[in-house]
Design a protein around this ligand. Structure first.
Ligand SMILES: [Zn+2]
Length: 212
């Protein structure tokens, strides 16, 4: 409440590009790649599919989603459509914000890197999604599209050299069906940004509701 008698709220914000739910622009790991403000909207709005890999991840938290995992999904649900936004459901969203469970370690900074253990996408499967299925974007409910033990971030490179952005730390995938929804994933439009905070929602087909 101000002295003048009206209520007023306004904050200042400073944030990393790659914190919380965020978009990785191709520029993040590919020098010629698009910055976040240049990623075409067609890559950020499209038919969504959820690949449930929770069983494999329960067996190994270092699991990397493979082409076999993707083909198993297709046997049950049909081909991943061209232009799809593919969301990998590892179950790790349930661990947030417990650092040890979500990342594999409570350490921070350089000391933590060797101790990171969380699932991701195999580099070969990343290339396969872009080349054979022509997907527009890939997201998941972990901190990185490359698994925690990655040393060279080859899945990032495989996607970004092909212009495919990644969505990381995506929440609430357990609320979505395997398919039958549209993803709208609009990042903050940071000029020259390597990534940005991301507001990602799904609109279910038919007389459905909006899921954040
Ligand atoms: Zn990333």
């Amino acid at each position: 409440m101000t002295e003048e008698g009206y209520y007023y709220a306004s904050n200042a914000l400073a944030a990393p590009e790659h914190g919380g739910t965020h978009l990785d622009a191709p520029l993040h790991f590919w020098a010629e790649g698009e910055s976040v403000d240049a990623v075409p909207l067609e890559r950020l709005i499209g038919p969504g599919v959820v690949i449930d890999v929770r069983a494999a991840v329960a067996a190994s938290r270092d699991h990397q989603v493979s082409v076999d995992d993707l083909l198993a999904w297709e046997r049950a649900h049909g081909l991943i459509p061209p232009g799809a936004i593919v969301l990998l459901h590892t179950g790790f969203g349930a661990h947030w914000p417990d650092r040890r469970r979500y990342l594999g370690t409570e350490e921070r900074g350089e000391a933590a890197v060797a101790q990171l253990h969380f699932p991701g996408l195999l580099p070969h499967a990343a290339a396969w999604l872009a080349d054979t299925r022509k997907v527009h974007a890939v997201g998941l409910d972990t901190a990185s599209i490359d698994y925690g033990q990655s040393k060279r971030f080859e899945s990032h490179v495989a996607l970004f050299r092909r212009g495919v952005p990644a969505f990381e730390n995506v929440a609430n995938l357990e609320r979505l069906p395997a398919k039958g929804f549209t993803v709208i994933a609009l990042p903050m439009k940071i000029a020259g940004g390597s990534g940005a905070p991301l507001r990602i929602v799904a609109v279910l087909d038919g007389p459905g509701s909006v899921k954040k």
